[in-house]
Design a protein around this ligand. Structure first.
Ligand code: NAD
Length: 289
């Protein structure tokens, strides 16, 4: 069997077009466009590319983008003051601080300072908690994007055995909660899991988010399974690869995402959708400030 490729780039484009059309409808009614504030600290080349892609997606969808490109030496107090100002700005709907953070800045403090109603990354404990109690509001971009990729296959998720590799707060954990919400039977694996292989071998859905090149071997994949590779790893030769052995996994899986061109573009598209959702939720007072 050779897997069907889940074309994240194309599915993300469709999501962007849908978001643009909703924003156009708002403008036609005399309502304002959503606004996203993107804060970049320092000059890490990978972060600069991610931020550029997010700003380009804002342009494509008609979202107003505010750029705060700050030096890496920006103090935590200065950053917190900027976030506080943006939290109180009624015209700002989403606030995002691009990771990784300089060592002198405590990421947890920054995330918890961004108002839950403007947390378009879906990282705030309030938003993760809403997902945990099956009342999602602003959903973590990457896991929510993965759900859309899974839905694009047309496969019914209810009752399927899903294995998530990785349990980070931003990716693995909310991913497991999303799959639970979709009705899957979910197993979360992590660095202390005794036999990763035995869990993967019985999974109908494998979602890899460990950040370890080729951790998931192709021969472990159950024939016909759906394989979603969130991992982005840069190899010594400069090329990118995921956490799954793509070439061998493709010969066993029913569906598989490539790296790049799979989950990455969907994360950005979901961020745009979240920015519009954040504005709508605040307009309808459905989310506390
Ligand atoms: P992280 O380092 O915070 O978490 C990694 C997780 O993997 C941990 O929970 C750890 O227990 C687990 N892990 C590590 N080694 C393992 C092993 N041998 N077996 C089983 N589990 C193991 O990373 P993260 O922020 O969750 O990101 C994970 C990957 O996803 C990275 O490659 C990152 O670049 C990528 N990522 C991609 C997107 C996207 O849009 N495609 C978005 C976010 C993150």
């Amino acid at each position: 069997m050779t897997a069907q490729i889940i074309n994240g780039k194309a599915i993300a484009e469709t999501t962007l077009t849908e978001t643009k059309s909703l924003i156009d409808k708002r403008l036609a009614k005399g309502l304002r466009a959503p606004t996203l504030a993107v804060i970049l600290l320092g000059a890490d080349p990978a972060s600069a590319i991610y931020v550029r892609n997010k700003r380009l997606a804002c342009e494509k969808t008609g979202i107003r983008s505010l750029a705060y490109d700050l030096p890496a030496s920006t103090s935590e107090a200065e950053l917190l003051a900027l976030i506080d100002k943006l939290n109180h700005d009624d015209e700002v709907d989403g606030i995002l601080v691009q990771s990784p953070f300089p060592a002198h800045i405590e990421e947890k403090k920054i995330i918890e300072t961004i108002s839950a109603s403007k947390d378009v990354d879906g990282f705030h404990a309030y938003n993760i908690g809403r997902l945990a109690v099956r009342q999602p509001t602003l959903r973590s971009c990457t896991p929510y994007g993965v759900i859309k990729l899974l839905q694009s296959t047309g496969i019914k998720l209810l009752g399927l055995d899903a294995v998530v590799v990785g349990v980070s707060n931003h990716v693995g954990r909310p991913m497991a909660l999303e799959l639970l919400l979709a009705g899957c039977t979910v197993t979360s694996c992590h660095r202390h899991t005794k036999s990763l292989q035995s869990h993967i071998e019985r999974a109908d859905i494998v979602v890899a988010a460990a950040g370890k090149p080729h951790l998931v071997k192709g021969e472990w994949i159950k024939p016909g399974a759906v394989v979603i590779d969130i991992g982005i790893n840069r190899l010594a030769d400069g090329s990118l690869c995921g956490d799954v052995e793509f070439a061998t996994a493709k010969e066993r899986a029913g569906w598989i995402t490539p790296v790049p061109g799979g989950v990455g573009p969907m994360t950005v598209a979901t961020l745009m959708q979240n920015t519009l959702t954040a504005l709508e939720l605040r307009e309808s007072s459905l989310i506390p400030a």
